[in-house]
Design a protein around this ligand. Structure first.
Ligand code: SF4
Ligand code: SF4
Length: 414
């Protein structure tokens, strides 16, 4: 299968590094999903690279895609002449650090992804999953490097009810004592307000909790049918709920729709049935085949310096993504949930309240100013008690979807 990025024109005037010329002296910064696909692309082009470098301690000394993973210290000590390709969506903050370390040849890997030949691809992610990750990467780097202020995706948290209770859930479902479905009219109103303000959103994701538990999901999907300012619509399910007839009809009628099925092994008991239904009805889907999870959000009293808080915040929120929950926009999953859990005193500057009465232009300015905080480092009050976004701060691997029966407890930080 050959994948062609649908908008190569966005990158037509970007520098195309001579990777073949740097053959053998290349280091890929980031031994994760983007790194795995980049390694495949380099291999297809016959370009050898030296190693991966990664901040995650548990990866140091191990191999990834047949290459050794070294630490940033080893990179600085032994490979000062290396040419670095950043294979992470958090491009700008990493580039800034690398330049501080004295590296001068630092590149993104966008040019590798304009066309991907997936023949002989053997990285663990399914191809559809890999393509989605690469498109997210391209959108993130485009926003950071071109500073085009585009918001790429909005995640609509439509419910905090779930059929599973994963200890490391990024939306901390097992901590929520009274889960609820959010009002669908209000959610649709929020989407319209955001679109009126921003003009266009590439992807709208319905998630939760388990979005298929929300009785109005079919109605919400159908209601977006006339909304042309969205390119793709996803619902992210855990593979435990069989879609009802209403939902099947709504998904089938919406050609931009695709279901993202998170496959949690034996827990995702209905995956095969769901796939059969989707196949039969020509509904697009992706099976996200996790092999591990990164540890979930952790909270507690931290004694971080101002510099550490700014750095953590910038690393957590470098993507062009908004999380919407209960009428409030946040820049990260833990922040989004915390804004609704009353565990810190209400701090209106730490979210954008969509119920405020203002014009589309005013809302646009407010969203873009809020979004710009990820660059200025104006962290949230809650960041003082949060260890950081799990996938960019500390890559402690944990088993996929490990369950808990208990209600997990979180302190109040006032
Ligand atoms: S399936 Fe697990 S990770 Fe997903 S929302 Fe439910 S508890 Fe959270
Ligand atoms: S530290 Fe926590 S609350 Fe702050 S931006 Fe990162 S993930 Fe969000």
């Amino acid at each position: 299968m050959i994948y062609n990025y649908p908008h190569p024109e966005y990158f037509s005037d970007w520098e195309k590094p001579d990777f073949p010329g740097y053959k053998g002296n290349l280091v890929l910064w980031g031994a994760g999903k983007v790194g795995g696909v980049a390694a495949h692309c380099l291999k297809k082009q016959g370009i050898e690279f030296m190693a991966f470098c990664d901040i995650a301690r548990d990866k140091w000394g191990t191999t990834f895609c047949d290459h050794k993973i070294i630490s940033p210290e080893e990179l600085k000590r032994n490979h000062q002449d290396a040419v670095i390709i950043i294979t992470s969506s958090f491009h700008n903050s990493i580039e800034e650090e690398l330049r501080k370390y004295g590296f001068t040849k630092v590149f993104d890997c966008t040019s590798l992804f304009m066309m991907i030949d997936f023949s002989s691809y053997n990285f663990w992610m399914e191809i559809d999953y890999a393509v989605r990750v690469i498109e997210q990467y391209l959108a993130a780097v485009l926003e950071q490097k071109a500073n085009n202020q585009v918001i790429d995706q909005i995640f609509l948290n439509i419910t905090t009810k779930c059929s599973l209770r994963c200890k490391h859930c990024s939306t901390i479902i097992p901590y929520i004592s009274s889960p609820c479905h959010y009002n669908s009219q209000k959610i649709l109103g929020d989407v319209t307000r955001i679109l009126d303000a921003l003009g266009h959103i590439r992807v709208v994701d319905f998630y939760g909790g388990e979005p298929l538990l929300h009785p109005d999901l079919p109605y919400m999907i159908k209601s977006l049918s006339e909304e042309k300012r969205i390119d793709r619509i996803y619902a992210i399910t855990n593979g435990t709920i069989i879609p009802n007839d209403d939902l099947i009809e709504a998904m089938k009628a919406e050609k931009r729709f695709s279901m993202r099925i998170s496959h949690y092994g034996a827990l995702s008991t209905k995956v095969d049935t769901i796939k059969n239904i989707l196949d039969k009805n020509c509904i697009k889907y992706e099976v996200t085949n996790y092999t591990y999870w990164d540890e979930g959000p952790k909270f507690g009293y931290l004694d971080s310096t101002e510099e550490e808080l700014v750095s953590k915040f910038k690393h957590c929120t470098a993507c062009n993504v908004l999380m919407i929950q209960n009428g409030k926009i946040s820049l990260c999953s833990p922040g989004s949930v915390m804004n609704n859990m009353n565990v810190v005193s209400d701090t209106p500057s730490d979210y954008v309240d969509l119920s405020d009465n203002e014009s589309a232009e005013e809302l646009r300015d407010r969203i873009l100013n809020f979004r710009a905080r990820s660059k200025t480092g104006e962290y949230f009050k809650f960041c003082k008690y949060c260890f950081g976004n799990h996938c960019s701060q500390f890559e402690n691997k944990v088993p996929v979807a490990e369950q808990t029966k208990e209600l997990l407890l979180i302190d109040k930080f006032y």
